[in-house]
Design a protein around this ligand. Sequence first.
Ligand SMILES: NC(=O)c1ccc[n+]([C@@H]2O[C@H](COP(=O)([O-])OP(=O)(O)OC[C@H]3O[C@@H](n4cnc5c(N)ncnc54)[C@H](OP(=O)(O)O)[C@@H]3O)[C@@H](O)[C@H]2O)c1
Length: 362
Amino acid sequence: MSSCAETFIIQLGAGKVGSPLARLLFEHGEHIADDSGVRLRYGGILRSNTMTFGDDGARRSIEQGSTAADWTTREPGLSLDALNPIFDRFGQPSDTHYLMVDATATSETASILLEALGTGIPVVTANKIPLAEIPGWFDHARAASRRTRAPFRYGCTVGGSLPVISTLHDLLETGDTVLAVTALCSSSLSCIMGNVNRGVTLERAIADAVQRGFAEPDPLVDLAGRDALRKMVILAKTMGMAVSMEDVEQEPLLDRTYIGFQDFRDHGLERLTERLQSARRPGSVSYYVGTVGTDSHAVLGMRSYPDTSVWGTLEPSENLFLFSTSRFGDVPVSVRGTGGGPLLTASGVLADIIKAAQVSRW
Ligand SMILES: NC(=O)c1ccc[n+]([C@@H]2O[C@H](COP(=O)([O-])OP(=O)(O)OC[C@H]3O[C@@H](n4cnc5c(N)ncnc54)[C@H](OP(=O)(O)O)[C@@H]3O)[C@@H](O)[C@H]2O)c1
């Protein structure tokens, strides 16, 4: 066992992303320590109403699931005070390296993440909601991170484990001007529409996206386009634009709100099928695509492209991000691939954790 600085992870959420993240960490902890000089340990994992402590508690809780005896009831609410049982065991934040990971899908983590950054605890998040939906949150998080020099990494909120946010940061930090970002950023809509482009029926394409784990169990969440909208807002904010969810000109995929998937199946499926069919032209493919430009103009909707273009080469579920910049001229920088899904997202979160822990050691 190598001797290197220990970082204690406080993980919020142990669901589809949080559980494989813990498994990856246990499986690869030793070589991460050897290669990166960072020994990652668990301070605790918090779920909605319960928490577990230390490496052993985390390991057993993840292996045995939500019924494991190691999950103990926790105080309601999320604040650093609620973490005192962790600080009592492993040391106060002034003396011990902690790192907070958000693997939930709730706005309830918004204030504890800001508290953590304000106290100098690095934050890694896969949760888009605070960044995209809470007014001012993103700016506060970046300001707190700058003030305390605690890393704030949110790479997995857009493109899962693909290097999307890091590419954008690199372009901006080296002084390039990013003129526009065009993004097919929803793996589930890529899976559904990619299959429809190949002649698969919409119903089968939706079922395939659910079965392969790209779509939510309730695929209406994906079809409503809110996840794609959140990602466009995060891209725009990363580019320094004051763009909120309401500012994006979104052409909805669905013609109206449905009360559940059965309601959509009964009344909306046929209409959406017709709409997708009418958008199809021989020699073209259609996807649900967003663009953010330097004028803070952000749009999201159906677009058609020649099937001889890069769009025609995409596999269903692939994401594509095209960065048009001054330096790169006519040929945009492109990032493509399937970065979503729980395991890939968890591996992206782990990569962010390692980088954040390395920086915060110095
Ligand atoms: N799945 C993907 O492929 C993917 C890709 C990119 C990004 N993401 C993002 O990753 C995040 C996690 O996704 P997921 O699929 O793992 O979600 P999930 O399966 O629904 O798990 C959410 C976890 O958060 C916990 N939680 C909820 N409220 C909490 C609170 N107030 N305090 C502490 N824990 C709380 C839940 O605990 P209980 O079970 O006790 O309620 C659960 O363990 C989401 O923001 C998602 O958008 C997911």
